[in-house]
Design a protein around this ligand. Structure first.
Ligand SMILES: *Cc1c(COP(=O)(O)O)cnc(C)c1O
Length: 486
């Protein structure tokens, strides 16, 4: 499974260097030679590797193949929707008219690009049942912030300044409370009940005239459809609050349920999850905000207005919360999402959610006797297990996730949502075959067996990767990217 063949690709470039070897031939100098600058400005030694061009290409290609990617591995990272990204999306994003357009080009010269954005707004409004759409925000969390700033602006315009609280379920993605707090709200945690739904008793307790609204992820990050969601929206509305929807998990609902029909007032989508686009290295992304007509005046600028006498144009909604990013959002991601929607069509969009939910339930049922299911009911696009049975035998969620790397699978999301101990949150997505899911299930069963036989094998995994256990915080904050010698 591991790439790189038999060659030892772990040797650093510097270690392969052979004095005098060169990777290029410089052309004859065709300008007059000039004396070198003062010796004080020159280094005595400049240790650069001396290599042939193929060695350099093989080295860097080898490094790139050590990564796990959606094009090389099954990547069941729950909540992140790491689905296959059709290559036609890249082809359209790279069309010279789209890739080369300048964001300051006048609208008259940008009609094709603006029309694409306008149509994408319309599609997303249709898909969510929330017709007022701004594409300007660059990530899910960015969309959440925009949506909560809209809620605040709406309440302020109505003089409801006493509504300072936002209630958020304990299963929520960490960005939800962060976004509400950044928008100036006080965050109140909402308990989940034993089925994983919002606890209605707890909701009633906070539903008073200090409630600005709630932020609800649907399906929840437990991978469950909250069967009391209509009631949740009703309670919040009766109390005078608004319902924000975290639509990052729309993969489960596409073409079947519209957030607007359920009672949501405003939601964001993660185009880089649900509507494909390579993601995982921190972007680029797009987190459009979709809202009801009454929140339309507050959308982030710009939005694209429909074809009038001068064609499509960019406008700022009347009471807009303003610009939250440069220009029109991450245009390339928007082109990919548009292409994705157009290539699939309405029936294809609907089949995404059908297959995503089928794949997740198939996997969940294949594993249910071996891994503990804390919320034992039909799941949506992902299944949340606890590895507490395995932990009791000597290796928990982290170790199992690391051991999966040895089997050639990217690890699932671990330790999130926080309310499930030893959490393994697995999202197969719709784009994987039954055979792949079977192999993955088989690997998880084998790892369970290994824990019984020889827990140390799992505890010390991974055994096949170039490096084993990284300090993940330091790896993200102080990456070691440069050869320093010695
Ligand atoms: C991914 C995700 C987010 C945040 O999206 P980003 O684009 O990473 O900012 C928010 N909520 C849920 C449920 C998510 O899965």
């Amino acid at each position: 499974m591991r790439q790189g063949g038999n060659r030892d690709t772990s040797k650093l470039l510097m270690e392969r260097s052979v004095p005098g070897r060169a990777g290029c031939v410089l052309p004859e100098c065709d300008v007059p030679s000039a004396p070198l600058p003062d010796g004080a400005l020159l280094r005595d030694e400049l240790p650069l590797p001396e290599l042939s061009e193929p060695e350099v290409v093989q080295y860097f290609t080898g490094l790139s193949q050590r990564n796990f990617s959606i094009d090389t591995h099954f990547y069941p990272l729950g909540s992140c929707t790491m689905k296959y990204n059709p290559k036609i999306n890249d082809e359209t994003a790279f069309l010279p008219g789209f890739a080369g357009i300048h964001p300051l080009q006048p609208a008259a010269q940008s009609q094709g690009a603006l029309e694409l954005l306008y149509r994408l707004q319309e599609f997303l409004g249709e898909i969510t049942g929330l017709p007022a759409v701004s594409l300007a925000t660059l990530a899910g969390a960015h969309g959440e912030l925009a949506g909560m700033l809209m809620v605040r602006a709406y309440l302020q315009a109505r003089g409801e300044t006493g509504r300072t609280k936002v209630a958020i379920p304990d299963s929520a993605h960490g960005t939800n409370p962060a976004s509400a707090a950044m928008a100036g709200f006080e965050v109140v945690e909402l308990a989940s009940n034993s089925q994983g739904n919002v606890d209605l008793e707890a909701l009633h307790e906070v539903a008073d005239d200090s409630l600005a609204g709630v932020m609800i992820t649907l399906p929840s990050t437990l991978g469950l459809f909250d069967t009391s969601i209509v009631e949740v929206c009703r309670i919040v509305h009766n109390a005078g609050g608004l319902v924000y929807g975290d639509g990052a998990n729309m993969n489960a609902l596409l073409g079947r349920v519209k957030l607007g029909d359920l009672g949501f007032d405003v939601a964001h989508l993660n185009l880089h999850k649900t509507f494909s686009t390579p993601h995982g290295g921190g972007g680029p992304g797009a987190g459009p905000v979709c809202a009801t007509e009454r929140l339309a005046p507050y959308l982030a600028a710009p939005v694209v207005a429909g074809a009038g006498a001068d064609g499509y144009r960019l406008t700022a909604p009347e009471s807009s919360i303003g610009k939250l990013a440069g220009f029109h959002g991450n245009f390339g991601v928007l082109v990919r999402a548009y292409t994705y929607i157009r290539t699939l069509g309405a029936a294809g969009i609907r089949s995404i959610s059908g297959n995503a939910v089928l794949n997740a339930n198939y996997m969940m049922n294949a594993l249910r006797d071996v891994y503990h299911l804390p919320y034992d009911r039909a799941c949506m696009h992902e299944a949340v297990f606890s590895a507490d049975w395995q932990k009791a035998r000597g290796a928990g969620g982290l170790e199992i996730a690391k051991r999966l790397l040895d089997y050639g699978f990217h690890a699932p999301t671990m330790y999130f949502p926080l309310i499930v101990p030893e959490c393994l949150m697995i999202e197969p997505t719709e784009s994987e075959t039954r055979e792949t899911i079977d192999e993955f299930v088989d690997a998880l069963k084998r790892i369970d067996g290994e824990i019984t036989q020889d827990a140390e094998l799992v505890r010390s995994a991974p055994h096949t990767t170039p490096v084993a256990r990284l300090d993940e915080a330091q790896a993200a904050r102080r990456p070691d990217l440069r050869w320093r010698g010695g």
